[in-house]
Design a protein around this ligand. Structure first.
Ligand code: CO
Ligand code: CO
Ligand code: CO
Length: 345
């Protein structure tokens, strides 16, 4: 019988992250290193940590792992690996080596499923030019997989949440909706075509998008994952001490995401993300409810959200379209700090 990993989990992918509030609460108790070579740590809520080796070289270091987002073990491995490597790209780094992180119920899954997950991970790692040089496995249920990834970066060229500037336009490189569509699949509401589109997007590396950021010397960016567009935008606004305005009607969506949300397909993680952003956000009173909830949708292996000077935004969009990120679009802008960090309209 073919292994169906989705049978084993309630929430897969980045939806399985703990709530952002809880994370902030317990990170307060984490002693932080005081070392001038630590260039980025958890203080700025960035995607990865950065450590300076010398004046020309720093290491970007990150890990992500999660339960299955799809039925097929090979595809799950591909998506998990693309998602793990993404945090290096989001900071402008070049990923080079990785370790497999695997939790696997030895008694509940055939050994082939396990090797398929690892093969999927290797497939994407190879595409990214990343060498997997080891790993660690624990007997655990439900299964979880991801990578710890190390990348190179020049210490002066780090792209962070704190790099937004007033007047910048916000460009998103992948459409939203992976959380909605995966929930829709579970509830038998999403079409096969929706699921295929979502899976295809989750496997796309953020490497080409990161190359465009480097070409145009972009300083502020993040990738959109478990906290949704609004949650990650809020982290960026706070780190930069500015306000971000998101025009949710302009956000590109995967397949029938909007219809699914209208029909009530809203994953639990969206409400958790709404709780996280609400106090710091101004929601336009007549904001469409479905669009609002799409802004909260937890993405797995989502796109980059980058801060771009208006005078180069057309070139950036056209470059992104040429790399195959054909739905890249301007979805908002950065302003001086206003009353609230986030403005949703
Ligand atoms: Co990230
Ligand atoms: Co991450
Ligand atoms: Co070990």
């Amino acid at each position: 019988m073919k292994t169906d990993l989705l049978q084993m989990v309630e929430s897969g992918g980045c939806s399985a992250k703990i709530s952002p509030q809880l994370l902030e609460e317990f990170l307060r108790y984490l002693p932080l290193p005081h070392d001038p070579n630590v260039l980025v740590d958890i203080n700025s809520h960035d995607d990865a940590g950065v450590y300076r080796v010398n004046d020309d070289l720093a290491l970007v270091f990150t890990t992500d792992f999660f339960p299955p987002v799809c039925s097929d073990p090979f595809e799950f491995g591909q998506i998990a690996a693309a998602n793990s490597i993404s945090d290096v790209y989001a900071m402008g780094g070049t990923p080079v080596i990785a370790l497999n992180i695997m939790m696997f119920p030895a008694s509940k899954l055939p050994i082939e499923a396990y090797s398929e997950i690892l093969k999927g991970g290797s497939d994407i790692a190879e595409q990214a030019g990343v060498r997997i040089i080891g790993g660690h496995t624990i007997d655990d249920f439900p299964p979880k997989y991801g990578l710890a990834v190390v990348g190179y970066i020049h210490p002066d060229k780090i792209i962070t949440n704190a790099g937004a500037r007033p007047g910048d336009l916000l460009i998103l490189t992948k459409p939203l909706g992976t959380g909605v569509i995966l929930a829709g699949q579970r509830m038998k509401m999403a079409s096969e075509d929706d699921v295929d589109q979502a899976k295809k997007l989750m496997k796309i590396l953020n490497g080409p998008g990161a190359e465009v950021m480097k070409k145009y010397n972009i300083k502020g960016a993040t990738d959109i994952t478990g906290y949704g567009l609004a949650g990650h935008a809020l982290k960026m606004a706070k780190a930069s001490n500015l306000s971000l305005e998101l025009n949710l009607a302009k956000v590109p969506l995967i397949g029938s995401t909007y219809r699914l949300v209208e029909e009530g397909c809203i994953p639990g993680a969206s409400f958790r993300n709404l709780d996280f952003v609400e106090n710091d956000s101004h929601l336009r009173p007549d904001l469409n409810y479905s669009l609002k909830m799409i802004g909260m949708d937890a993405q797995t292996s989502g796109g980059l959200l980058m801060c771009v000077k208006p005078e180069i935004s057309n070139q950036v969009i056209s470059d992104l379209h040429h790399t195959g990120l054909t739905q890249s679009a301007v979805i908002g802008r950065v302003t001086e700090k206003q009353d609230k960090f986030l403005y949703l309209e």
